[in-house]
Design a protein around this ligand. Structure first.
Ligand code: FE2
Length: 325
């Protein structure tokens, strides 16, 4: 069977659906078309998009020239929205929307490369992360709209954490099924420690949470490697060298190229990723470009993760991520 014959079957959607699904790899990522997000989304099409998201983990739309209100209405088709971020402010008139400009990325360049020898931070995983897991109830989906996009550079990488878990040998799976990891803010994020409260009066951290290392996806029931390399500090039940070595192994496994898709942005691209199934890194080459780049993100509220052994995530410090609706 040729690839051309295989693809329509793999991409199959509900009969009569207007949604067109074109996978970009066998493991992760699909381009979606046939839907104009300026129009209200009917329930059947929203369900089709959600089914494609659960099958492909991250989905990509093109040419969606939408307003702030249309962006929020699209997000609400999948559940209530959170504020923009637990630490960083949203837009004043749209507190659900987090607008990010390229200057922030420039500030992050070479953070570890510029440290004196011997002063490297112990965890350096090149920007790979799951959104907002320093709170106990990280968001369910993330939706990112490209507003001003450079002609080249600023791509985003996504990796399939379910495939990464399933690729491990059964003995390693059994070991990590019963472990948890500490996820926490380090104090240097988004303006440093001792930040003022948010406009809505909520504290901006510090945040520390205990999450299962293997999460059961709340919608599909699949097991996944709930690995957020950027904010995990350690696995409390292990000795430090064991914890570090195991996290290094899992990071290597989670970011194998065969589990990844790489998205090249254009103005009005819109990406939805299942934050319960993927880790991402982007813009991956911010050290190398100074071109303007503006994106806007909203996040659909999530629940407390549950582990393969039934462990439910706990807030050790800081409040839960609140919901606007
Ligand atoms: Fe992110």
């Amino acid at each position: 069977m040729s690839v051309a014959e295989l693809q329509p079957r793999e991409a199959q959607v509900r009969a009569g659906s207007k949604l067109v699904v074109e996978p970009v790899t066998p493991v992760i990522g699909a381009e979606l078309s046939g839907v104009d997000l300026r129009e209200p989304l009917d329930a059947a099409t929203a369900a089709d998009i959600q089914a494609a998201l659960h099958r492909w983990r991250v989905v990509f739309f093109r040419g969606q020239d939408i307003t702030h209100d249309q962006l929020k209405a699209f997000g609400r088709a999948f559940g209530p929205l959170t504020p923009a971020h637990p630490i960083s402010e949203g837009l004043e008139a749209h507190p659900e929307i987090w607008e990010r400009q390229v200057g922030e990325y420039r500030d992050r360049r070479n953070e570890n490369d510029n440290l004196k020898p011997g002063r490297r931070r112990p965890r350096d995983y090149k920007g790979w992360h799951i959104d907002i897991t320093f709170v106990a109830n990280p968001n369910r989906y993330s939706i990112l709209h490209g507003v001003q996009i450079p002609p080249y550079g600023g791509d985003t990488l996504f990796t399939n954490l379910i495939a990464a878990y399933e690729g491990l040998s059964p003995k390693v799976q059994r070991l990590i099924d019963e472990l948890q990891a500490v996820h926490q803010t380090t104090g240097s994020e988004f303006g440093g420690p001792n930040r003022a409260p948010r406009r809505d009066g909520r504290a901006t951290g510090p945040f520390v949470s205990l999450h299962p290392l293997v999460r059961v996806h709340p919608e599909t029931g699949e097991k996944l490697l709930f690995l957020n390399p950027s904010v995990i500090t350690h696995i409390p039940e292990l000795k430090e060298p064991e914890s570090q070595a195991l996290l290094d192994l899992l990071f290597y496994e989670a970011t194998r190229p065969e589990y990844q898709a790489r998205f090249r942005w254009a103005p009005n691209s819109l990406v939805v990723w299942d934050n319960q199934a993927v880790a991402h890194a982007g813009p991956i080459d911010y050290q190398h470009f100074d071109l303007p780049r503006v994106v806007r993100r909203i996040t659909v509220a999530g629940e407390l993760p549950m582990g393969a052994d039934g462990f439910t995530s706990q807030a050790l410090e800081g409040e839960l991520f609140n919901v606007i609706g």
